[in-house]
Write a protein that binds this ligand. Structure first.
Ligand SMILES: [Zn+2]
Length: 267
């Protein structure tokens, strides 16, 4: 699933070509992906004013509406200035003044929601989201950790606690910070919390600079792959030598997710 760095990359890659354009028409061939039912009629004629991101959700600000895109597992938003044919698994097609914007989704778990600009705070996709990692200071982070006895991995994946992290960046952050994924959140010392938050921000920044991680089928708004997967130290490396101690990396289901970690380097 595109996490914070991937959605940030999609946003940045689309911003210059979409801003100021008007959506001339929209074709939806898989209605279950959109809401409300009259999505295509409502979006027709709307101008694109701005693009933003909140957690893993892309927000496209239109004149009266915000188009919220939740990519889930395999969603892709691809802009083609001179479209010859739609990308594979395209289900929604936006015709713009110049070029076309396609929403493609192999597994069809993604959602595109039109919501009134004025009531954005009420949108269920955003309402319960916790703070953005970059806006989180150590005192708030430590206070949040202290209130939770759940596993640190579960805590970091919980979008209501901190928003934007998924399996890749949680596993990478915990490894680099040397924290075992099963540690109760409230067992972290202030120093450990400090190191973890710093690591999370560093990894997210690094990933954004490299255009995100292309695992599964992630690409940016121009169909380009990211390069941060080349920097992964643990994610997708189960059984391979730990980059720090050379012992094989362990794999377990933690927080309901496949988790790769080093039982020796992560305490
Ligand atoms: Zn190790």
């Amino acid at each position: 699933m595109p996490e914070l760095p991937e959605v940030e990359t999609i946003k940045n890659s689309l911003k210059t070509c979409l801003k100021g354009q008007t959506i001339k028409s929209c074709e939806v061939s898989l209605p279950k992906l959109v809401s409300p039912d009259d999505f295509a009629e409502k979006i027709k004629g709307q101008s694109i004013n701005d693009l933003k991101r909140r957690g893993k959700v892309l927000l496209i600000f239109l004149r009266n509406w915000v188009l919220l895109v939740h990519f889930k597992l395999t969603g892709q938003l691809i802009y083609l200035e001179n479209p010859l044919s739609p990308p594979p698994y395209t289900h929604i097609e936006f015709s713009l003044e110049k070029g076309k914007l396609y929403y493609a989704d192999l597994r069809q778990f993604g959602r595109l929601v039109l919501w009134p600009v004025k009531e954005l705070d009420e949108c269920p996709l955003l309402k319960k989201l916790g703070p953005e990692p970059f806006e989180l200071n150590i005192d708030t982070f430590f206070r949040l950790l202290n209130k939770s006895s759940r596993k640190i991995k579960t805590f970091l994946l919980d979008q209501e606690k901190i928003t934007g992290l998924g399996n890749i960046y949680v596993d990478e952050s915990l490894f680099r910070a040397g924290v075992h994924p099963e540690r109760p959140a409230n067992s972290l010392s202030f120093e450990e919390a400090q190191r973890l938050l710093k690591t999370i921000k560093e990894i997210l920044n690094e990933a954004i600079n490299l255009g995100g991680s292309s695992v599964r089928n992630y690409v940016d708004g121009h169909g380009e792959s990211g390069r941060f997967q080349e920097k992964h130290l643990v994610y997708g490396r189960r059984g391979k030598p730990c980059p720090k101690c050379q012992k094989p990396l362990a794999y377990a289901h933690i927080a309901g997710r496949g988790t790769t970690f080093c039982p020796y380097c992560q305490k």
